[in-house]
Design a binder for this molecule. Structure first.
Ligand code: SF4
Ligand code: SF4
Length: 373
């Protein structure tokens, strides 16, 4: 049975950037966010992964959602991590662990996590994960099967040719990356659209980057829609595309939840005038070179120097954009009081290998060390 994307909730709740308090997921806030989301008619898609929050996101889904709502009232999606597997037994063990952590009994959507060029696809093939997922579907433990994707359009075509059983694909898609050669949202979307494969959108706000931008760019948007948040433009862009089943947002606060729910309740697709404005905003952005880190944190755990890489990039971007301003330095000094300094980077390259945005991290660390001192 295929997916009926008309019936899919347009806004999905990504459980990868949950609010934290003293280093732990702040469950009281998460429960409030889940309640606010579930309260609205038609919103019930939750996306987690084995690795999010160091494994605690799946447990948070159990506590805030599975234990508190009837199982048939929501969809739960999670993902299998290639990088944790050394054999088929790991695949089976991880899946059982995920069922245990979430208490969900089955997964409405199950994804092979982060296929990209040169990595992970071979592992999923080697351990027969595609065939295995079909078995799990027969057993009723997976309802819909797909993968999340960070690679080139060419590889995407190849994987889809080899695996017509794939029901949906999750891609990074936002207006700023539509033509970005490292992400190629537009091309990936076109491929899926042409093949009639439902798209689940991740990073619609580019890790929060598109929720706030340089003042002159924000002004361009506010002139058209004074009352709308800057983030709402990014969500409406993704939600306006045909064939998009769900737009995931990794929400971290009740305020964000409210804003996103407002955007998707009585959803208004972008008008052609609004699309033109976004186009001009992107042109201006491209003239402003910022580090396009999405704060996915894939690079963080493995850094031998304990550098909080995405936060360093946040400071670096502020330094690049507002060079006359000392906000970035204040932020950076606070940051390195409890983590590694950019100047301590030993260029081991671990981070670069796992970065889905393909950022030259050691090189950028050098720049950060110079600019932020
Ligand atoms: S290259 Fe630098 S930032 Fe990256 S993991 Fe190694 S030490 Fe950390
Ligand atoms: S540097 Fe790359 S891997 Fe690290 S948080 Fe940013 S986008 Fe993710």
């Amino acid at each position: 049975m295929g997916m009926d994307i008309v019936k899919m909730p347009k806004l999905g709740f990504g459980l990868m950037r949950l609010p934290e308090k003293e280093g732990r997921i702040d469950m009281a806030h998460v429960c409030n966010m889940v309640d606010a989301y579930m309260e609205k008619e038609g919103f019930h898609y939750f996306d987690t992964a084995y690795m999010y929050h160091g494994g605690k996101s799946e447990t948070a889904a159990k506590e805030a959602l599975v234990k508190r709502y009837p199982r048939e009232s929501f969809y739960l999606a999670t993902k299998l991590p290639a990088w944790e597997m050394r054999g088929e037994e790991d695949r089976d063990r991880i899946f059982e662990e995920q069922l245990e952590r979430t208490g969900a009994g089955f997964f409405d959507f199950y994804l092979l996590h982060a296929l990209e060029d040169g990595s992970h696809y071979d592992i999923y093939e080697k351990y027969h994960c595609f065939q295995w997922a079909m078995e799990k579907k027969k057993e009723g433990r997976i309802r819909h099967f797909g993968f999340s994707y960070h690679g080139t359009p060419e590889l995407l075509e190849k994987v889809l040719d080899e695996h017509p059983e794939v029901e949906f694909v999750q891609i990074q898609l936002n207006y700023a990356d539509w033509e970005n050669p490292a992400v190629q949202s537009g091309k990936l979307y076109e491929i899926l659209h042409r093949r009639g494969i439902p798209v689940i959108v991740m990073e619609p706000v580019k890790g929060g980057t598109l929720a706030g931008m340089a003042p002159e760019l924000e002004t361009m948007l506010r002139e058209v829609r004074p009352e709308a948040s800057i983030a709402s433009w990014a969500l409406r862009f993704a939600g306006s595309l045909t064939g998009v089943a769900t737009v995931l947002s990794g929400m971290s606060s009740e305020e964000q939840m409210k804003d996103n729910l407002d955007t998707f309740t009585n959803f208004q697709p972008l008008t052609s005038q609004e699309k033109d404005v976004l186009h001009r905003v992107v042109e201006r952005m491209l003239d402003m070179p910022l580090v396009p880190c999405t704060s996915c944190r894939y690079c963080c755990d493995g850094c031998p120097r304990g550098i909080r890489i995405p936060e360093v990039f946040k400071a670096l971007n502020t330094a690049r954009m507002y060079s006359a301003d000392d906000r970035s330095r204040t932020f950076y000094n606070r940051l390195i009081s409890c983590s590694g300094k950019a100047s301590e980077c030993i260029a081991c390259g671990q981070c670069e290998k796992v970065c889905p945005q393909h950022l030259p991290i050691p090189e950028l660390m050098k720049e950060a060390a110079e600019k932020l001192g």
